[in-house]
Ligand binder design. Structure first.
Ligand SMILES: O=P(O)(O)OC[C@H]1O[C@](O)(COP(=O)(O)O)[C@@H](O)[C@@H]1O
Ligand SMILES: [Mg+2]
Ligand SMILES: [Mg+2]
Length: 332
């Protein structure tokens, strides 16, 4: 089985970037160990603190965030970091070549029930035109990412990562502690019957979104459709990368959810790079996610990503409904 570092060298990845990836993965192994220890490691349950998202932080959110922060700030290649659990940019080294953003623990609501959880990360080159430690460093569209990945802490710990080429999957080998290549090129089937959405939010959706899911649940064209929802985007996207399907988190009428729940910088962008690298598509209201120019660290985007034709059908439906509504209004 091939090991990670020789593969990155073969892919001609910059040496400093390889060292930085190694730093992130060292933190992920420590998190994987704590996760496997569960209550024995005292990582279950909540803190009394609220993060910038207005969510009560889980103990493991805080532990994972601190582990990644400590290790990254020790790395000279890092100019600045951003995290779901940090309100602002955390400055690193003035001459660092890269900036890193991460969701230290994705699927927080699954922690106390031993469900699937993960860590999502993304790396960009530092912008030479703005100060190394300011928020504008992170105002780069997703297609500027030089590396994106997640570690899924499940029955086995898996790393899925791209440095711009294929989306590859590695398994953490507990016998020698390294990630070994287990899937050299993940390819998403173009079509699928599986979809992932939190249907309980139906009441908050706009009519066109409701209309699409009404069709999905009743129209003969969509017979045999199957719903899967892991409550951890990293787990749902891993299933999509492994056997196809579509992940959707629409905008809705709840306060704060005007753009849905998924954060652009450290959730949507890295997962979009992996999905596109595996032949799928990743959109926000029909627009390519990787072309969006971020305007704030924790901004959210409505998401539809996965099997290309499945996502295209959804976007076409929403586009047609929006068009119908606009023509109806203009003729009234
Ligand atoms: O509670 P809901 O509506 O099912 O939302 C689940 C979604 O929220 C998330 O858990 C948000 O991520 P965090 O756990 O990192 O906050 C996603 O992973 C998941 O897809
Ligand atoms: Mg998350
Ligand atoms: Mg999180």
């Amino acid at each position: 089985m091939k090991r990670l570092i020789p593969i990155l060298k073969q892919d001609k990845v910059d040496t400093d970037l390889i060292l930085l990836i190694r730093t992130i993965l060292a933190a992920s192994k420590e998190i994987a160990f704590r996760v496997s220890q569960g209550e024995l490691a005292g990582i279950l349950g909540s803190t009394l603190d609220e993060n910038i998202q207005g969510e009560i932080q889980k103990k493991l959110d805080v532990v994972a965030n601190q582990l990644l922060k400590d290790m990254l700030l020790d790395d000279d290649n890092v100019a600045a970091i951003a995290s779901e659990e940090e309100p602002d940019v955390v400055p690193g080294h003035q001459h660092g070549k890269y900036i890193v953003a991460f969701d230290p623990l994705d699927g927080s609501s699954n922690i106390d029930v031993n469900g699937q959880i993960g860590t999502i990360f993304t790396i960009y080159p530092v912008r030479p035109d703005v100060p190394f430690n300011c928020e504008r460093q992170f105002a780069q569209p997703g297609h500027q990412q030089v590396c994106a990945g997640y570690v899924l802490y499940g029955p086995s710990s898996l790393l899925v990562m791209s440095t711009g080429g294929p989306t590859r999957c590695y398994t953490l080998d507990l016998t020698h502690g390294g990630y070994l290549l287990t899937r050299s090129e993940m390819q998403i089937p173009t079509d699928s019957k599986e979809f992932a959405v939190n249907m309980a939010n139906y009441r908050y959706w706009a009519d066109p979104v409701r209309g699409y899911f009404n069709q999905l649940l009743s129209h003969p064209n969509f017979a045999n459709s199957t719903l899967r929802w892991n409550a951890a985007m990293v787990g749902d996207i891993h299933r999509v990368l492994s056997r196809g399907g579509m992940f959707v988190y629409p905008e809705d009428s709840r306060v704060g959810n005007e753009n849905g729940k998924i954060r652009l910088l450290y959730e949507a962008n890295p997962l979009a790079m992996l999905v596109e690298g595996a032949g799928g598509i990743a959109t926000a209201s029909g627009q390519r996610i990787l072309s969006i120019h971020p305007d704030s660290l924790h901004q959210r985007v409505p998401v539809a990503m996965g099997s290309a034709s499945q996502v295209a059908v959804l976007n076409q439906y929403l586009h047609d409904r929006a068009f119908d509504e606009s023509t109806t209004h203009s003729t009234n």
